[in-house]
Design a protein around this ligand. Structure first.
Ligand SMILES: Cc1ncc(COP(=O)(O)O)c(C=O)c1O
Length: 378
């Protein structure tokens, strides 16, 4: 049997969480909240189940939910999208990404990926016979040189994948970045995938620069979102995509055969829950508080704090402590010190080592307190 992904190993998230469980370590590796989902939302789902909303949903999603999302998009990003033709509800962002990549990448097509990158992008490109072309961004600023992007574009370039706010980098795209992307891709057939799963987790006065805010760029964009990130419910695997009708037609051709439709009662519940904008507009402040809580005492530690302006991940540089490579240091810290994190090198195809670890802070204060204590003693 010939492997279609010969160089792909078990995901680092499974590896580090497994190690954390084995050694009873505090797990700040995988990015999921350890606090409760809104009781109101849970009650709504229960109600929808009792109301009989338990059978297949329409293929593109429950229309009430798509209408609620179109209103939200109009309010936040001043873009009018047609809920019938421009929004599809997916089984989380990962399915949305895979479906979008499969719909547009074929054998020999190139996709530009900025690293550090979420781990599903490149395998999805490769499984479709495509070729990832990497642009490596460096800590601590992860600045994109758009001239380098321009130079990498060729006749074979079919896709550019961006992610803002960025996991694991914690950086955000500024308006100028989006303008450059818009300009570089105008008059091309390149499809832009804009992974915006952390759209509401952004701090320090930064505004989320959604691709939906740039009308020309939107014409060639598939924007990807995750309810799991926004409503502290990563285990529900619910998300959606927004894209113009011509691209959506192709997206749905694949969507209907890899999942067809997704969880019905949750869709009806979300349609109602979204009516109160406070349910998502309160997020930046909430997570900024968590970020500040996590880093406030780390000034007295030997770790260097790399600024995080978005997402719920904090990068810490340990170069003053050890010259071990990232995976070895993360392993040592989990086994010997009882704190699990993710080596940032695992977000680069060439495992670039910058002596940085990623810590997830969507955790209760008591969990963060324990982690802070450990970090201060290393
Ligand atoms: C950048 C990014 N994109 C996509 C996803 C996947 O989201 P979902 O859990 O909705 O599939 C994640 C989850 O960690 C992520 O960090």
């Amino acid at each position: 049997m010939k492997s279609k992904l010969p160089h792909t190993e078990t995901s680092i998230f499974a590896v580090m969480s497994g190690l954390a469980n084995k050694h009873n370590a505090i797990n700040l590796s995988q990015g999921f909240p350890d606090f409760k989902v809104s009781q109101e939302l849970i009650d709504l789902i229960y109600k929808k189940m009792n109301d009989g909303k338990n059978q297949y949903a329409p293929m593109p999603g429950v229309l009430e939910l798509r209408i609620a999302l179109a209103e939200k998009i109009n309010k936040l990003y001043a873009l009018q999208v047609d809920p019938e033709t421009e929004i599809t509800i997916t089984a989380g962002a990962t399915q949305a990404l895979f479906t979008a990549i499969t719909a547009f990448i074929g054998i020999g097509d190139e996709a530009i990926i900025f690293e550090p990158a979420y781990d599903s992008y490149a395998p999805a490109v490769k499984l479709n016979g495509g070729i990832p072309k990497y642009i490596s961004l460096d800590a601590p600023n992860f600045k994109i040189d758009w001239n380098q992007v321009k130079d990498l574009i060729s006749d074979k370039t079919k896709m550019i994948i961006i992610n803002t706010p960025n996991n694991p980098g914690g950086f955000v795209f500024e308006k100028e970045d989006m303008k450059r992307l818009e300009e570089i891709t105008s008059d091309t057939n390149i499809v832009v995938i804009s992974d915006e799963v952390y759209e509401h987790i952004i701090f320090d006065g930064f505004e989320h620069q959604s691709a939906l805010k740039f009308p020309d760029l939107y014409q060639r964009t598939i924007a990807v979102y995750s309810f799991g990130k926004t409503f502290h419910a990563t285990g529900w695997k619910m998300g959606y995509v927004v894209t113009p009708e011509n691209l959506m037609k192709e997206f749905r051709k694949v969507h209907q055969f890899n999942v067809f439709c997704v969880n019905t009662p949750i869709q009806y519940a979300l349609a109602e829950y979204l009516k109160d904008e406070n349910n998502y507009l309160s997020l930046p402040k909430f997570y900024e508080g968590k970020r500040d809580y996590f880093v406030k005492e780390l000034d007295t530690s030997k770790f260097k704090v790399i600024p995080t302006h978005g997402t719920y991940f904090q990068l810490l540089d340990y170069s003053l402590i050890s010259d071990k490579p990232e995976f070895k240091f993360a392993q040592w810290m989990t086994i010997e010190k009882g704190l699990a994190s993710i080596p940032v090198s695992s977000f680069y195809h060439n495992k670039k080592n910058q002596q940085i670890l990623r810590f997830a802070f969507p955790k209760e204060e008591k969990t963060l307190d324990k982690a802070i204590e450990i970090l201060k003693k290393i």
